[in-house]
Design a protein around this ligand. Structure first.
Ligand SMILES: C[S@@+](CC[C@H](N)C(=O)[O-])C[C@H]1O[C@@H](n2cnc3c(N)ncnc32)[C@H](O)[C@@H]1O
Length: 330
């Protein structure tokens, strides 16, 4: 029987209250406490998101209801269908100072609180993303799910100046919008947005390896924020390419809402074997009623343990003994 809570407390000094896991996963993953962003500035603006009893609620907003009504479309084409993603790019260009990364991030949050609810990681969970990137000190980052580029901007803000982020986006129109926003923020030279998926038959993987330098042990940080049903299979694809090394950090969003229970169980089963995972309790973006979880996982090395049993490449990338990387142990 593993004693995860104790181990986590010993290394991180964080207590580990836990509500239990879905399915048969036996042991809880350690948790970090909720962090709330300051809401003072937004509270006082006309048209800002509604609050009831100090909680930010999106439910009375037409833009949130419209998003709920178009959920099936959203999960299929990944745009709400009322042009809000296009309008976000126009809003950023009009309202954020060109070349000012902070101001572009501010303008996106403002748009999402005051105009249209959107599915960016948002400011509360964004702070968890920032902290994970700062901790990893990555040279090469991969994002699955660019959407309009908000999380890519946040990663750019905290990653080292020489680091490079490649973000993969399934929807070409989203990639164009993200490209406009990233250009306006002045970070196009630090982020590449690729249209595709890791599971598109090798095309995107070949681009990553041939044009973006992805090879054994070269990937320091992964942000998983795309189709929840492929979190596990895409993580295994990454493992099977050998791109990770011991010390690589993988952060996943929306593990509680809309939910990725297989991913949570997968990491729980491998706790302290191939992965060491901490759960961050938070709220779904741009409100404080619906809860969400982010999972931050350190890769410890070893084979993929593929759930499918296929394509496991043991002994490459992360499992090579003694390999050192910038800032991490040898
Ligand atoms: C929740 S949004 C990402 C939000 C973004 N990370 C942010 O915080 O600003 C999910 C995005 O993943 C994209 N997506 C869905 N399935 C994908 C896949 N298999 N590979 C890459 N992107 C995918 C969608 O088109 C959508 O733009």
């Amino acid at each position: 029987m593993r004693t995860l809570a104790k181990e986590h407390k010993a290394t991180n000094g964080v207590s580990t209250q836990h509500p239990g896991l879905p399915g048969n996963a036996a042991d809880p993953l350690p948790q970090n406490p909720v962090r709330r962003p300051p809401t003072r500035a937004l509270r006082h603006r006309p048209g800002a998101i509604l609050e009831i009893g100090g909680k930010r609620v999106p439910f009375m907003r037409w833009s949130f209801i419209r998003l709920l009504l178009s959920m099936r479309r959203l999960m299929r084409v990944w745009q709400v269908g009322d042009g809000r993603e296009e309008r976000l790019a126009a809003y950023v260009v009009q309202n954020a100072r060109q070349g000012d990364l902070d101001d572009v991030i501010r303008a996106i949050d403002e748009y999402c609180y005051e105009r249209s609810y959107m599915i960016n990681v948002g400011d509360e969970k964004g702070a968890i993303l920032d902290a994970a990137v700062l901790r990893a000190r990555p040279a090469r980052l991969l994002e699955l799910g660019t959407y309009c580029g908000y999380s890519a901007l946040r990663m750019c803000r905290v990653m080292p100046d020489t680091a490079r982020l490649v973000s993969i986006e399934f929807n070409g129109a989203n990639a164009v919008i993200a490209g406009r926003i990233l250009k306006h923020a002045g970070v196009s030279d630090r982020v590449a947005v690729l249209v595709g998926t890791l599971g598109d038959g090798g095309r995107t993987i070949a681009t990553l390896e041939e044009e973006h330098g992805f090879d054994a042990g070269s990937l320091d940080f992964v942000f998983i924020d795309h189709d929840k049903s492929v979190y596990v299979s895409d993580l295994e694809l990454i493992l099977n390419r050998g791109w990770l090394h011991p010390g690589s950090v993988v952060l996943a969003d929306n593990v509680k809402f809309p939910g990725a229970p297989e991913y949570r169980a997968y990491l729980n089963e491998r706790q302290n074997e191939n992965w060491r995972t901490v759960e961050h309790k938070a709220h779904l973006e741009y409100q404080s009623l619906l809860k969400d979880l982010m999972l931050e996982s350190d890769y410890l090395g070893g084979p993929a343990h593929a759930a499918t049993g296929e394509g496991v490449v043991a002994g490459i990338g992360g499992s090579r003994p003694g390999r050192s990387w910038r800032g991490g142990p040898a």
